[in-house]
Design a protein around this ligand. Structure first.
Ligand code: DC
Length: 218
């Protein structure tokens, strides 16, 4: 087993931004587990399956092959041989991933892939259940959160920068719904592990969060 850092927290808390920077500074491999759920979500969307059609989702898992590769240190996600990395970060894919990740077979499909990556490498892995379920013996566990208002505002600014039309209230509602789904599902819900360090980034800038987390890591 390599050195392992688990970062869990709700959508929009900045996990991936922070984890990438910590990885660079500490020379860990950054593993984005949400991207794996998103790759499966693309597969379900391509097959025009609704997230409520549990049986169809389970069957579709059988012909989905998700693989991870690193190109210049950046995680690339392959779905049945196709690099889908550039297609992962849409609201449609995120919502599909959030809904289908509540299905045990979907989680089971990705469990070994995630654990396997931590076996040989020093990793910082982000997600919802890394400290509680995937890497219960992680060397460092961080629960990174921020208020709904802060997370919504960050998302709003991000979308505005891309020139997208966006509505702050709608973003807040989406975030609340996603939190609710991710925290209330029966299997591996998002929650702070007993031994995780709580970092609330509402009043912190990126560098402060990176420095705080690096301070806990070897
Ligand atoms: O981190 P993200 O927004 O890319 O994740 C998309 C969805 O995938 C998230 O809403 C819930 C699910 N997910 C999960 O259930 N467990 C993880 N370890 C990572 C993501």
């Amino acid at each position: 087993m390599g050195y392992t850092v688990a970062i869990d927290g709700p959508a929009g808390a900045g996990k991936s931004t922070i984890a990438k920077l910590v990885a660079k500074k500490k020379k860990y491999i950054y593993v984005d587990t949400g991207a794996m759920y998103r790759a499966l979500a693309i597969h379900f969307l391509e097959k025009k399956i609704c997230p409520e059609e549990t049986e169809k989702v389970i069957m579709a898992c059988e012909d989905a092959d998700v693989k991870i590769a690193y190109e210049n240190g950046v995680q690339q996600v392959y779905l049945n041989g196709e690099n889908v990395t550039s297609k992962l970060r849409t609201e449609e894919v995120g919502n599909m991933a959030s809904k289908t990740s509540a299905i045990p077979e979907v989680r089971g499909k990705l469990l070994e892939l995630q654990r396997g990556l931590a076996e040989t490498e020093d990793v910082i892995m982000d997600g919802r259940d890394i400290g509680t379920n995937i890497l219960p013996n992680a060397d460092v566990k961080i629960y990174l959160t921020a208020s709904v208002e802060t997370r919504a505002m960050r998302r709003y600014n991000e979308l505005k920068e891309k020139g997208a039309v966006c509505d702050l209230e709608k973003i807040k509602t989406d975030i609340r719904e996603r939190d609710d789904r991710d925290m209330s599902r029966k299997i591996a819900p998002l929650k702070q592990a007993k031994d995780a360090i709580l970092v609330d980034s509402s009043e912190m800038n990126i560098q402060e969060v990176v420095d705080t987390i690096c301070g806990y890591c070897k």
